[in-house]
Design a protein around this ligand. Structure first.
Ligand code: N01
Length: 530
């Protein structure tokens, strides 16, 4: 392999893959390192039963190539994980991407050399590669969060994490299963595990709000219509706050202005429609607690009407603001608790004490099972970056630079780390958007910047402490105008003990894109180029 490249990339998910496409357009050499054995990132690792996207198929795909978006056929309204993985593999084949990817290789360090203005990237296979630029395409939800429970090693049965699921699947038949967590991954997998297992015990710390996905076979007339105007459709989606859902009817008035009957009827319609449209009926759910309470109460009413055992229904009743954690979309989640082989154990006031040989202890009671599933989420947005020994100027590590929380400018670069780019890094809209739209925008911005530097014979770009301090303050000020910071979400790092509490994603894709373009128009304002 080449020892020196123009661009070294970490990760071969949708971000790393598109970086290859763009680097080739610039005639630049690129080397991607990927820990997995194939492309796909999130969709390579998250193979748990029921895994599927919560953004509609026709939207959750690359837009950069018209022939690609015309030829690919999705089969369901929300694509299941195997189909998205197949799509990623199709893209890799179509653009012959794998020849620039080194699989089964984990990057362990990336150090900036101030004499040569290059990065030295080292892998767990002892490859050492120098690069003018390093791009971290490591994903936002790619570092599994495994809470530490005492006695965890003593459990004698099989243990799985939803974000690191075995490739050949898991057969739960005849097994008693314990599952920790009730976030999106749990809510998708619980109904399917329950159908196969002898018994499933769910350990819930915080009840989540979930609404029906109403997944179905894809509507072929709708696909035909979208394909007849794909560029226009993508453009309309990019104008949405989350870069998706231009076809969603969005209410433009306060929930408080409608009569109770009107509101209830609207909530019912949206519950039947399924998907994220549920939270778009009025315009102030994430701005006003009193408006939020109205829609939250509707979901609680639904839980009461679906779950037959009143005590279980009570436990499943979420109390936080709806939407401040990512809304879950499900297929038969609440109904699953009506099955005889499913039980729910609350671990909020009485947390999991320890794991035993055959189960776990809560409030002095041992719950036993043969298989333990962690559906405990991710060390989001920063976890995968901070697992790598990244060092910028003066040998300062990224972990030290971010000791009080991630600081970036535009979510693409951090002061003291020249020529280092992050795709959908903390401080960018990323996880609050259709990720593929965000990824395309970021990769294009980064590769345009590299092109600008090459054409202008510039060797270094880096942001300043001042720019990034202003940016972090802006990201948090925007969040503080909403109800997002009101609960302990992974957006705030609150799910990982000891992680600094900082709101990481920026709300508002179109404004962000305008800002990125303005920065370029003003000669990369906020960066120093040399
Ligand atoms: O992870 P989570 P996830 N003791 O962090 C619990 C995306 N995604 O993998 O809420 C007991 O949401 C934790 O409890 P609490 C999507 O963006 C998308 O499910 O912290 N419990 C919580 O219930 C999503 O938001 C899709 O109190 C503990 C659960 O584990 C994101 O990924 C599908 C615990 C973790 O939930 C993450 O979802 C799947 C402890 N010590 C994921 N520690 C779709 O596209 C944690 N928990 C549909």
């Amino acid at each position: 392999m080449e020892r020196s490249v123009d661009i070294a990339v970490v990760g071969a998910g949708f971000a790393g893959m598109y970086t290859i496409v763009k680097a080739r357009e610039l005639d630049m050499s690129v080397r991607v390192f990927e820990a997995g054995t194939d492309v796909g990132g999130t969709w390579y690792w998250n193979r748990y039963p029921g895994a599927r996207c919560d953004v509609e198929s026709v939207e959750y795909s690359y837009s950069f190539d018209e022939a690609l978006q015309q030829e690919w056929e999705w089969t369901e309204r929300y694509a299941p994980q195997p189909e998205i993985l197949k799509y990623a593999q199709h893209v890799a084949d179509r653009f012959d991407l794998r020849k620039d990817i080194q699989f089964s290789t984990r990057v362990v360090s990336a150090h900036f050399n101030e004499d040569t203005n290059t990065w030295t990237v080292t892998t767990d296979a002892n490859d050492v590669v120098t690069a003018r630029f390093v791009v971290f395409a490591t994903g936002c939800l790619s570092s599994a969060n495994r809470p530490h429970f005492s006695g965890a090693e003593s459990f004698v049965g099989d243990v799985y994490h939803t974000g690191e699921w075995p490739h050949d699947g898991v057969d739960f038949s005849g097994k008693r299963v314990g599952l920790i967590g009730t976030g999106s991954s749990a809510i998708q997998s619980i109904p399917i595990i329950a159908q196969n297992a002898e018994h499933l015990t769910v350990f819930q710390r915080t009840a989540s709000f979930s609404v029906p996905a109403r997944n179905d076979s894809i509507d072929l007339d709708y696909v035909k219509d979208v394909k007849s105007r794909y560029p226009e459709f993508r453009k309309a989606n990019r104008q949405q706050t989350g870069a998706f859902g231009s076809t969603i009817r969005r209410g433009d008035s306060s929930a408080l202005d409608a009569s109770e009957e009107e509101r209830w009827a609207e909530f019912e319609r949206r519950w039947e429609e399924g998907g994220f449209a549920f939270l778009s009926s009025y315009n102030d759910f994430l701005l006003r607690k009193d408006a939020n309470d109205l829609v939250a109460e509707f979901v609680r009413h639904k839980i009461r009407s679906i779950v037959k055992d009143p005590a279980t229904a009570e436990l499943l009743m979420p109390t936080q603001v709806i939407g401040c954690k990512r809304l879950c979309l499900d297929t038969g989640y609440y109904e699953t608790f009506n099955r005889d082989n499913v039980s729910l154990v609350a671990v909020d006031t009485h947390p999991i004490e320890r794991i035993t040989e055959h189960g776990l202890m809560v409030n002095g009671v041992e719950h036993t099972f043969d298989v333990l599933v962690y559906a405990t989420g991710f060390d989001a947005m920063t976890g995968s970056l901070l697992k790598i020994d990244i060092r910028g100027r003066n040998g300062v590590s990224l972990a030290d630079a971010w000791h009080a929380g991630p600081v970036t400018y535009l979510g693409v670069n951090t002061a003291g780390f020249p020529n280092m780019f992050m795709v959908s890094g903390p401080g960018s809209p990323s996880v609050l958007t259709n990720m593929i739209m965000s990824i395309e925008q970021h990769v294009e911005w980064i590769t345009d910047c590299i092109d600008h530097m090459t054409k202008n014979k510039l060797s270094v770009i880096e942001t300043t402490e001042q720019s990034q301090a202003g940016w972090v303050a802006f990201v948090n000020a925007v969040a503080d105008m909403t109800l997002y910071p009101s609960c302990n979400s992974w957006y705030l790092g609150a799910n990982v003990p000891g992680k600094p509490r900082v709101f990481m994603p920026l709300i508002g894709f179109p404004t962000y894109v305008d800002k990125c373009n303005e920065v370029v128009r003003n000669g990369y304002e906020g960066f120093v180029l040399a």
